[in-house]
Design a protein around this ligand. Structure first.
Ligand code: PFF
Length: 452
């Protein structure tokens, strides 16, 4: 392992790492998915469960993933090999992560592609002067065209590939440092605009006044699954990113920072979007089109609206990119570390495969909209449910069980604390990992399949 460590690329700075990992966490999950599933699940109570899952399940598992990756100093599979030896069943957890991050990349590229199309639409001044209804129809026009959707999906995969080709420091870290701060500032602007609009009160009410009567088993599962999705957990990503960390970094404060940033972005986006939804009399449960149908409406009525809409969609596209590069990096790191392949060959291969596997998802909004192979869901929805509701939570569950109960490595405690004296931290973390996180995941999964 010593020579592995010596020859391996590492993040240039701690700040760069936080931004790259936050870049992975912050993406379509926060700005596109969180508002739309909050809308579908009735608001407040769902948000509360989601926040609970972030703190007691997500954060401790994120720390465990960083720890495993940093200790193993290899990709998601190789880190378990380094810790437990080849052939250990725990390597399956790494494999599950590689598979999940690959599948999520395949359909994520479809939605990310829409944001590129909206960059072009806003650059051409398509939104100002249009009614809410017309803006709604624009979205329908885009997704019903297989050619446009597949074109943008391919474009997005190609962009992801080109960044991952640059490697850790030159590609991922350098881009994240610029993109994330700008995204954050723009979101604050949108949030302030939303709070000054007539829909602000209704938005706050919708998101923060819990109505527990609306908490279905499905809502619980969605909240849990989304906590994993939004923090990029159970996907091998944080193990892989952790493997590029220096041995002395303080994992606790890094994880807290990333989690706080991620949650803040989700809440800001939710409030910004729901203020528009309520001010314009739109439907909060509109589904996957929500952000594309509301944000252009806010901007259409603002001075410099076209410019702002343009900047917003550029940033949405970039937020998606800083996440998709982390998905691609999981499989690429596997091929580099375990198979000895070059970065170029690995990146091209996985990128092309992800594009092909993503095609049925792209067609789910148009020519295959009526094709529902299982449970009455389109291919896109099936892929989403498969990874978000099952693969990520199960991956996270096994990471928790491993780090909480089975890791025999000495120095787990010292590594976590990074030489700092926080007497309360290790026992609390261990307790959450051993009991709380696994029971939450199990209860919610069993509840969903109707055991209770
Ligand atoms: N966390 C990303 C988002 O919220 O958009 C999505 C994601 C990235 C999921 C990386 C999984 C992953 F491995």
């Amino acid at each position: 392992m010593a020579d592995q460590r010596a020859g391996r690329a590492h993040w240039a700075s701690r700040f760069g790492f936080v931004l790259a990992a936050a870049g992975s966490a912050i993406g379509l999950g926060n700005i596109w998915k969180f508002p739309y599933i909050t809308g579908q699940n009735g608001g407040g109570a769902f948000v509360l469960v989601y926040l609970g899952c972030i703190v007691v399940v997500g954060l401790p598992i994120m720390m465990a993933e960083f720890l495993i990756g940093r200790h193993g100093q290899r990709d998601a599979v190789g880190s378990f090999v380094a810790l437990e030896g080849k052939g250990s069943p725990w390597c399956l957890v790494g494999w599950g992560g590689v598979a999940a991050s690959f599948i999520v990349l395949s359909f994520y590229a479809v939605v990310a592609g829409w944001s590129f199309d909206y960059v072009v639409k806003s650059a051409m001044g398509t939104f100002p002067g249009r009614s809410a209804g017309e803006i709604n129809a624009l979205f329908g026009g885009l997704v019903s065209s297989p050619l446009q959707v597949v074109f943008w999906q391919g474009f997005f995969v190609a962009a992801t590939v080109s960044i991952v080709l640059g490697g850790i420091r030159g590609g991922i870290e350098r881009w994240s440092k610029v993109l994330m701060p700008v995204l954050f500032m723009l979101l604050v602007l949108l949030f302030v605009r939303g709070m000054l609009s007539p829909g602000a009160g209704a938005a706050l009410d919708f998101m923060f006044r819990p109505d527990f009567g609306r908490l279905t088993p499905q809502a619980l599962l969605d909240a849990l699954g989304h906590a994993f999705f939004t923090l990029s957990l159970g996907a091998g990503t944080m193990i892989t990113y952790g493997s590029y960390l220096h041995p002395k970094s303080d994992l606790f404060s890094l994880s807290v920072r990333i989690t706080v940033l991620d949650t803040l972005v989700a809440l800001l986006s939710g409030l910004a979007i729901f203020s528009v939804v309520f001010a314009a009399g739109l439907e909060p449960a509109a589904g996957p089109g929500l952000v594309f149908q509301t944000i252009p409406i806010v901007f259409a009525s603002l001075p410099f609206g076209s410019l702002l809409a343009f900047v917003f969609f550029v940033l949405l596209a970039f937020a998606a990119l800083s996440s998709s590069i982390s998905m691609l990096e999981v499989s690429v790191a596997y091929l580099i570390d375990e198979k000895g392949w070059g970065r170029k060959r690995s990146t091209f291969l996985i990128g092309s495969l992800a594009f092909l596997v993503g095609l049925p998802s792209a067609l789910s909004f148009n020519v295959w909209a009526q094709v529902t192979p299982l449970f009455g869901k389109t291919f896109f929805d099936l892929m989403d449910v498969l990874v978000s509701s099952y693969m990520f939570p199960l991956g996270g569950l096994f990471v928790a069980l491993y780090a909480g109960w089975f890791w025999k490595g000495e120095g787990e405690k010292e590594e976590l604390l990074g030489g700092r004296h926080r007497a309360w931290l290790f026992p609390l973390w261990h307790f959450l990992l051993r009991y709380v996180a696994p029971s939450a995941v199990l209860l919610i999964l069993l509840n969903q399949i109707g055991v209770f």
